[in-house]
Design a protein around this ligand. Structure first.
Ligand SMILES: Cc1cc2nc3c(=O)[nH]c(=O)nc-3n(C[C@H](O)[C@H](O)[C@H](O)COP(=O)(O)OP(=O)(O)OC[C@H]3O[C@@H](n4cnc5c(N)ncnc54)[C@H](O)[C@@H]3O)c2cc1C
Ligand code: SF4
Length: 811
């Protein structure tokens, strides 16, 4: 069958998505021609703001490059505007010639609205819509002046981006507060304050009268009260209008936008429209999330599948670092509506929930938006909130469930919960992609598009990676530690040491954290850095630990826990085994398993039984095996000279000594050791973080092995003659790793970054080795302790089911 001729007008975000769906599902169904008035193909328009702010480059935001179009045999006519459509002849007339079509798609987007003030046509008066506008703003030098008319999302992103470049920016807004369509007055006030802190001047209730120029170039904006605001560039960001002129001349039904039905069909059966240029059931669109829904529906329609576009509630976030705001639903006042408001002026936090007939219909938050997605889900689901009304404003952590833990919150979300609003990607799709091999943020973005647009759901996607991959998850390198600050892990580590900073509060304050208390990503890292660098001054913060470390047991997929007692160097005895068997009987442990690290795992223990089972095991002399920790896990040994014909040294004895020296230590990631009594290497020591092979002449110490997501053989650190030296070198290496590695970097990754030579030099220098050992011992004098015994003695009641607590709170 001959291919259908498909012509697309506009290489925008909506039509680009249609082409992706179409060419993925039916690569040979259409012969496609793509017109674009811009001299380029598809890029992520919403990321122009990070480009402006200098956080990204244009190359970073290109979504479809030349190769992409070539692979799909799409004929590109970029830089060519479509001037006319002959619907009878089914021909599109471009500036450089015409093209026939069987089906035609309008994806012409919007035209920025320019207020027809005197002087609006001067050079230097621009909109904020495309790369050219962005480049114009980027061309301003520090100290030059810019006026932005419009205090909405776009105007503020433009203002913040230019201010970040040192430009002197004034925002002129006609209303009484900023972003009045998304925020109420209180939140608008906080936003204004934080923009002013960035050096931006804000003029509210300011009416523009005239744009003043000289020699055809803009010089100032004059307000109607006579104030003159000098400027080298004037950006108008006052709104957009669907781009309908072409559709109108072609005779299509057009209102505010091109009229479309649920299948994105226009009044002409062969013509469709998607994106900001359409009007659907009276609504027009200005954010990408609904456009992407439209794109999916249109692609399905063109492929003959059944699909219908449904309008959904939307949420908004501002992409300005340090301005944490969230707004969703409808928060206008109304007789049947009630508000719940929370304010904390000292911390600049404001939250307002709007309730109608026991349902949440709107939410506005400033300063602490961590629960935004949860509120948004309640709005979309129309959940009856009567039961949780008292504690609703405090978010999901106060709804009678377990203590706040972002990971358990994400783990508990249903598969169909939406994670990426822009791209409409739900949890199930992301988890499937991760399980299918997408092991980092980039891969998840590639496979699902989640977090690939405005990026505000990146934290959630990272949490899903963490929940799904467990220990296999590693934070990407050379990026800010998280969305709370702009510093990398390395910078934060350096500043904690040199500034010096000895508490979390000092870190948040001095390093300019944009959140009140950090987040699930930075808190565990900062907690580790502080305790590694300042063991005497800093107090470990359990709330900054992942759930397994907080509970001192591994949480399993059914919500029960697995308990692993330590077995020093893999050695046990009948009375320990008896105690383990008794504990398994007493607490109805369904599975008892021998682990790969020579220990016994009691799987399926209920949370409330943890203190009991720990106390019983403690009584038999067993302590926590830290099987859950970013710290020392096991020292695997072979039987060595005691029993084996080949052993040259007492590998089991050395393993026990090493485990007793290192246990309880916290490290950037888990640490596993192996000690083999001869080169036959029965303990598989050469795929551990630290492996020791005993040989006739002494001990070969090697480091940086792995046998997880990556499999890697260790590299020789050094050879030593005595057992004491082997222990010393092992401790020195561990401390070096603790002092220098990025949190969640396994030892092999860290060694690869700093170079084995560097590590060898540090450890070979006897003074340095001694001071590393001393620093490690100092830290161990505080942290070498059994957390099970501690929790049994001090916190046992915290493990009881939460139900009783809920009752007390309600009473
Ligand atoms: C700076 C900025 C930041 C934004 N931030 C966000 C955000 O954080 N979140 C969010 O959801 N949305 C954001 N948006 C809005 C979002 O970018 C738009 O909703 C989206 O790009 C609209 O997609 P579209 O395909 O309808 O149109 P567009 O992406 O605008 O594409 C339309 C294309 O059609 C071309 N065209 C028009 N007429 C013709 C013609 N006659 N012939 C040939 N080509 C033609 C245009 O040149 C243009 O390239 C932002 C927009 C901007 C400008
Ligand atoms: S590694 Fe060597 S000493 Fe150890 S059990 Fe194997 S053969 Fe024996």
């Amino acid at each position: 069958m001959a291919k259908q001729k498909l012509v697309v007008i506009g290489a925008g975000m909506a039509s680009g998505r249609v082409l992706e769906h179409l060419t993925d599902a039916a690569p040979d169904a259409f012969d496609i021609t793509l017109f674009n008035a811009e001299p380029r193909g598809n890029y992520n328009r919403i990321m122009l703001s990070p480009v402006l702010a200098g956080d990204q480059t244009y190359a970073d935001i290109v979504t479809h490059d030349e190769a992409w179009y070539a692979e799909r045999a799409i004929t590109c006519r970029f830089g060519e505007k479509v001037l006319e459509i002959d619907r009878d002849a089914k021909i599109v007339v471009g500036a450089n010639g015409h093209v026939p079509y069987d089906q035609l798609i309008f994806g012409t987007g919007s035209d920025p609205f320019m207020i027809p003030l005197p002087g609006h046509d001067l050079d230097g008066v621009i909109a904020y819509r495309d790369l050219e506008d962005t480049e114009r703003m980027m061309g301003l030098q520090p100290g030059q002046k810019c006026v932005v008319i419009g205090g909405g999302l776009l105007g503020l992103e433009a203002a913040a981006g230019m201010a970040a470049r040192g430009v002197d920016v004034t925002v002129v807004h006609i209303m009484g507060h900023l972003m009045e369509r998304q925020l109420d007055e209180a939140a608008g006030y906080l936003l204004r304050k934080s923009l002013e802190d960035k050096g931006i001047t804000i003029c509210l209730q300011a009416n523009s009268k005239e744009i003043v120029g000289r020699d055809g170039q803009v010089k100032a904006l004059m307000l109607d009260d006579g104030t003159e605001l000098p400027c080298d560039l004037l950006v108008m960001a006052v709104g957009i209008r669907p781009s309908v002129a072409l559709a109108k001349t072609a005779g299509l039904a057009v209102g505010r936008g091109i009229h479309v039905d649920d299948q994105m069909g226009t009044s002409d059966g062969a013509i469709f429209a998607v994106g900001e240029c359409v009007e659907h059931n009276g609504a027009i669109f200005g954010l990408v999330a609904p456009l992407y829904d439209q794109a999916r529906v249109l692609a399905q329609t063109l492929l003959g599948e059944k699909a219908a576009f449904v309008q959904k509630t939307l949420s908004t976030k501002l992409k300005v670092t340090g301005c944490d705001l969230f707004s969703a639903g409808d928060f206008a006042d109304g007789e049947t509506r009630e508000d719940i408001v929370f304010r904390d002026p000292a911390r600049g936090i404001y939250k307002r929930l709007v309730i109608e007939e026991n349902r949440l219909v709107g939410a506005v938050m400033y300063g602490d938006t961590g629960d935004g997605n949860w509120f948004f889900q309640l709005i979309k689901d129309g959940t009856d909130i009567e039961e949780m009304r008292e504690t609703l404003i405090f978010g999901p952590s106060m709804q009678g469930g377990p203590a706040p833990d972002p990971l358990s919150a994400v783990a508990a979300l249903p598969r169909d919960a939406e994670i990426c609003g822009c791209n409409g990607v739900c949890k199930g799709i992301i988890v499937d992609a991760i399980e299918g091999g997408a092991g980092d943020l980039g891969a998840v973005r590639g496979a699902t598009k989640a977090s690939a647009s405005c990026g505000t759901c990146t934290g959630l996607v990272e949490q899903l990676l963490q929940v799904t991959l467990g220990d296999g998850f590693e934070l990407p390198s050379a990026q800010p530690i998280c969305g709370c600050c702009d510093l990398t892990h390395e910078d934060v580590r350096r500043l904690i040491k040199t500034t010096p900073l000895k508490s979390q509060e000092a870190v948040w304050q001095e390093l300019g954290w944009s959140t009140r208390n950090g987040c699930h990503v930075c808190r565990p890292a900062v907690n580790f850095y502080l305790l590694a660098d300042w063991p005497l001054e800093y107090q470990d913060d359990p709330q900054s630990r992942f759930i397994n470390e907080r509970k001192h047991a591994n949480i399993q997929k059914d919500g029960t826990f697995s308990v692993v007692p330590r077995m020093w160097g893999g050695i046990t005895n009948p009375s320990e085994l008896r105690a383990i068997a008794d504990a398994a009987d007493k607490y109805n442990v369904p599975t008892v398993k021998v682990t790969g690290g020579q220990r016994i795992d009691l799987l399926g223990v209920k949370g409330e039984d943890l203190p009991g089972i720990w106390a019983d095991l403690n009584r038999a002399g067993l302590v926590s095996g830290h099987a859950y920790s970013k710290g020392l896990r096991t020292v695997k040994t072979c039987v060595g000279t005691d029993h084996c014909r080949f052993g040259t040294q007492d590998s089991t004895g050395l393993g026990i000594k090493l485990e007793q020296a290192l246990w309880g230590s916290w490290t950037p990631h888990k640490v596993k050791l192996g000690v083999s009594g001869c080169p036959r290497n029965c303990a598989e020591a050469t795929c551990k973080d630290i492996g020791i092979i005993c040989v006739d002449s002494g001990y070969q110490v090697s480091v940086g092995g792995a046998a997880g997501m990556d499999v890697k053989e260790t590299e020789r650190l050094c050879d030593v003659a005595t057992e004491a030296e082997a222990i010393e070198v092992t401790i020195a290496f561990t401390q070096l790793y603790r002092e220098n590695a990025k949190y969640l970097d396994r030892a092999y990754k860290w060694v690869a970054k700093v170079g084995l030579d560097w590590v060898q030099e540090r450890v070979a220098d006897l003074d340095e080795r001694a001071s590393l050992v001393a620093a490690f011992e100092l830290s161990q004098s505080i942290y070498r302790k059994d957390p099970w015994a501690e929790h049994v003695a001090e916190k046992a009641e915290a493990y009881q089911p939460m139900a009783d607590l809920t009752l007390e709170a309600a009473e």
